[in-house]
Write a protein that binds this ligand. Structure first.
Ligand SMILES: [Zn+2]
Length: 369
């Protein structure tokens, strides 16, 4: 039996970029989106077009220039937002409108329940009149009345929502609750098999990745996440951690994904370079310690090789694939001896890799004789 496929929706350019200190220029966003396409994410949430003209322009450029992933824009469940979102994404190869009902409405501080549901339905239908790919999110879903969330999901799926998302907006849920909520919705939304269940977890209690994985265990098939786990407050689920957990523990999760592992570190590095905010050294998967240390924990070679290439490029050392392969052999050998590989070591490793590729030296012998 084919393992189920988990779609990865990257929201670095929307939820991540909105966080103070993580702002990107439009050209940076476009370059980042190209890198996300190389990374192999299934969907890129490119921005929130109604928020500003800069945001609109960035989404539009990404929609026009970036091929491969679904390109989605965020829109409140109001007509003007949805129309503007469509205008921004309409040239995409695969455009998606992601519309959401704000927290206040879910908490009934504004609209009565029936009216909030009616608005969600009307706005999903409006989005659906533009594109066949529509995602709906009730903000703060985990802290809302699950029965009401189920009713809203059933109604929006009826009018064509193809993805229904469960945002843990304030990072409040625990893994067992996320898993239980997905199960609940699968049981109580009659037409749920016509839509993909998605989760969107924040990391306020440090369990965004755990919550995402727990949701997968009971049937979520899209995870929304950010490179390096950036985002408001404590950030979003870290894409690289979700993907590596699914990869290294495939025996446990039994699902597939489409992410190219060797692009994880280059993508992380590009974002760090653009924002000027470095991940902590002990950050899982993409921290320098995770990169520099031995491969004993089962970190796939592709990830390490991508990490090595990215670091060498940062040092201005551009290697061919053959040279990189030799350098990687030297790197692995050196990390058996040294717990910390320095930049000076990397320069030496790169030079040896080049010579070995020319057949002049043996990469390992040259480093260690
Ligand atoms: Zn969020």
């Amino acid at each position: 039996m084919m393992a189920d496929y988990i779609k990865i929706l990257d929201t670095t350019l929307r939820d991540g970029e909105e966080a103070p200190g993580f702002g990107l220029t439009t050209p940076q966003k476009v370059e980042m989106a190209h890198q996300l396409a190389r990374l192999g994410v299934d969907a890129i949430e490119a921005g929130f077009p109604a928020v500003s003209s800069d945001n609109f322009e960035a989404v539009q450029r990404i929609a026009r220039e970036v091929q491969g992933p679904v390109i989605t824009g965020l829109a409140r469940a109001v007509a003007a937002d949805i129309d503007q979102c469509w205008e921004a994404i309409q040239d995409a190869e695969r455009p998606r409108i992601h519309t959401f009902l704000p927290t206040a409405d879910m908490h009934l501080e504004g609209l009565p329940r029936e009216q909030a549901k009616a608005r969600a339905v009307a706005m999903v239908a409006r989005a659906r009149s533009y594109t066949s790919d529509v995602e709906f999110s009730p903000m703060d879903a985990t802290r809302s009345d699950w029965q009401y969330v189920a009713e809203v999901f059933e109604s929006v799926i009826d009018v064509g929502a193809t993805t229904v998302n469960i945002p843990d907006t304030l990072g409040f849920a625990q893994p067992e609750e996320m898993a239980a909520m997905v199960s609940y919705l699968r049981e109580h939304v009659a037409n749920i098999d016509r839509a993909t269940i998605s989760v969107h977890c924040h990391n306020d209690l440090g369990v965004a990745v755990a919550n995402s994985l727990a949701a997968i265990s009971t049937g979520a098939r899209q995870v929304e996440c950010c490179i390096n786990g950036i985002g408001e407050r404590a950030g979003n689920a870290a894409l690289e951690e979700v993907v590596m957990a699914l990869t290294v523990r495939r025996d446990h999760h039994h699902v597939e994904h489409g992410v190219q592992l060797e692009q994880l570190v280059p993508t992380s590095s590009l974002l760090q370079q653009f924002t000027g905010i470095l991940v902590q050294p002990n950050k899982a998967v993409v921290g320098v310690n995770a990169f520099g240390n031995d491969t004993g924990l089962g970190m796939p070679q592709d990830v390490l090789k991508g990490a090595l290439r990215a670091r060498l490029e940062q040092l201005g050392l551009l290697l061919s694939q053959d040279e990189l392969n030799h350098a990687f052999t030297g790197f692995k050998r050196l990390s058996d001896y040294k717990s910390e590989v320095t930049d000076a070591d990397l320069v030496q490793i790169a030079n040896n890799g080049r010579r070995a590729a020319d057949g002049v030296f043996d990469a390992i012998g040259h480093v260690y004789r």
